[in-house]
Design a protein around this ligand. Structure first.
Ligand code: KG4
Ligand code: ZN
Length: 358
C-alpha cells in the first residue's frame, strides 16, 4: 500500500555513519523531515576517552539494519517508495563510512533508484536552512569535533571556504581540555554544563585567543588547549606523567573556572572571526552548524554579535547540530531537486573529502 499523498515531494532515505553515530532519516523534499533516528555509540567509546574506529564500524554493522527499519516505521513508508537513497561518503573514519555508504548503495541498486554520496561537511553547512524555503546567501560557520570552517555560501553547491583550522577543530579542543580535567567523552557538553551549573568565572583565567586578530579567517585551537595545561595552578607534574589527569589535583571551583574561561576563549574567537567574515563578504546571514553550535554560550554570543552587525542568525536546530542523517537527506534532496547526476555505485568513500570550494 502506498502512503504517498499526491504531489508530495520525492522521498529520500539517507544514512550517516561517518563517526560514532549510526543514523538514518527520511525527508519529503527539502521541506520536511519525516523521521530521523540516531543511535549513539558514546557509551561504548567512553571507557577509551574517544572514538575507537574498530569498535565504531563493528557496531555500525550490527545496528544499521534495525536503525533503517526503525526510521521507515516512523516515516510510515516502504523502501520502494523512496525516490533516492543517500549516504555520507566522507570525510570521516573509512571503516565507518563504508558501512552506511554500502548499505545505501545496495538499497539503491536493488530497488533501481539513484544514489547520492553526500559530503558530511555540506550536510552540516546546509543544516541551518532546514525548514526554510531554500539555501540563501550567507556566511556558514561549521564547528564540529573534526572541523572548523568559515564558508561563503552563495547558493546551493556554490561555496568558497574562507578559512579553516590549522590544527585542532573547536570541538576537538573542548574534548582534549575535558580529558585533561578528567571529564568523560565527549567533553564539549561536559565543559558547558560545569561552567554553567557550578557558576564558573569566565574571566578567572586569561587563556589566549589564538589568531583572533590574524587578519584572515583561519583558526588555531591547539595552543589554547596547551595554555590550559600550563596556566593551571601548580599542576602535579608527577600525577600527569603517570597518566593521571588534573581532575585529581584541582578543586571543584578551579575546574569550573577553567571550563568557563576556556569556553569563553573559544567562543570569543568563533564570534570575532564570524564577524570579520560577515563584514568581508557583506552577507546578511550567518548560518551556524556542527556539534559545538549546540553550546548555549556560543549561541547567545553569536546572537548578540549578529544584532550588533544587523544580520540574521540562522542556527541549526539542536538535534541537527551533532551528527545526524536528516542533514544528509536534506542535502541529498537538494541534489535531487537540482537534477544532479547520481553518484556512480562504484565510487569509493573518501575519508579526507574536502568541501568543494571555488
Ligand atoms: O558535529 P559532531 O557531532 O561531530 C563531528 O562531525 O565532529 O560534533 C561533535 C563535537 C564534539 O567535539 C563535542 O564535544 C562537541 O561537538 N560538542 C560541544 C557541545 N556539544 C557537542 N562542544 C561544546 N559545547 C557543547 N554543548
Ligand atoms: Zn559532524
Amino acid at each position: 500500500m502506498s502512503h504517498r499523498p499526491p504531489n508530495d515531494p520525492p522521498y529520500v532515505l539517507a544514512l550517516e555513519t561517518s563517526c560514532d553515530e549510526t543514523a538514518a532519516a527520511v525527508t519529503a523534499g527539502w521541506l520536511r523531515t519525516l523521521a530521523s533516528v540516531i543511535s549513539s555509540q558514546i557509551p561504548l567509546h567512553r571507557p577509551y576517552g574517544g572514538v575507537v574506529p574498530e569498535v565504531a564500524s563493528r557496531n555500525h554493522l550490527t545496528i544499521i539494519r534495525p536503525v533503517v527499519e526503525d526510521v521507515m516505521d516512523r516515516a510510515v513508508l516502504n523502501l520502494d517508495e523512496m525516490s533516492a537513497f543517500a549516504a555520507t561518503v566522507g570525510p570521516g573514519l573509512a571503516s565507518s563510512l563504508m558501512i552506511g555508504a554500502t548499505f545505501a548503495k545496495s538499497l539503491a541498486w536493488s530497488l533501481g533508484k539513484p544514489f547520492y554520496g553526500i559530503n558530511h561537511l555540506e550536510g552540516h553547512l546546509l543544516s541551518p536552512f532546514e525548514g526554510r524555503s531554500g539555501i540563501e546567501p550567507a556566511v556558514g560557520l561549521v564547528v564540529s569535533g573534526g572541523h572548523t570552517l568559515l564558508v561563503d555560501v552563495r547558493a546551493f553547491g556554490d561555496y568558497t571556504v574562507l578559512g579553516t583550522t590549522r590544527d585542532d577543530a573547536a570541538g576537538e579542543a573542548f574534548d582534549k581540555v575535558a580529558k585533561l580535567l578528567g571529564l568523560p567523552y565527549p567533553g564539549g557538553p561536559q565543559i558547558e554544563e560545569i561552567a554553567r551549573e557550578r557558576g564558573g568565572n569566565a574571566h578567572h583565567f586569561g587563556f589566549p585567543r589564538s589568531m583572533i586578530r590574524s587578519g584572515d579567517f583561519n583558526f588555531s585551537f591547539s595552543g589554547m588547549k596547551t595554555a590550559v595545561r600550563y596556566q593551571l595552578p601548580d599542576p602535579d607534574q608527577e600525577a600527569i606523567r603517570d597518566g593521571e589527569h588534573l581532575g585529581h589535583v584541582l578543586d571543584n571551583r578551579t575546574i569550573a573556572d577553567v571550563c568557563a574561561s576556556f569556553q569563553e576563549a573559544v567562543v570569543d574567537v568563533l564570534v570575532e572571526k564570524s564577524r570579520a567574515a560577515l563584514r568581508y563578504t557583506g552577507r546578511q546571514k550567518l548560518a551556524v552548524s556542527g556539534g559545538v553550535s549546540r553550546n548555549a554560550r556560543l549561541r547567545e554570543r553569536l546572537e548578540t554579535m549578529c544584532n550588533e552587525e544587523g544580520v540574521q542568525l540562522l542556527l541549526a536546530r539542536p538535534v541537527l547540530c551533532t551528527d545526524n542523517a536528516a542533514m544528509i537527506a536534506y542535502a541529498a534532496s537538494h541534489y535531487l531537486a537540482a537534477g544532479a547526476d547520481p553518484t556512480p555505485l562504484d565510487a569509493d568513500i573518501d575519508p579526507n573529502l574536502a568541501l568543494l570550494s571555488r
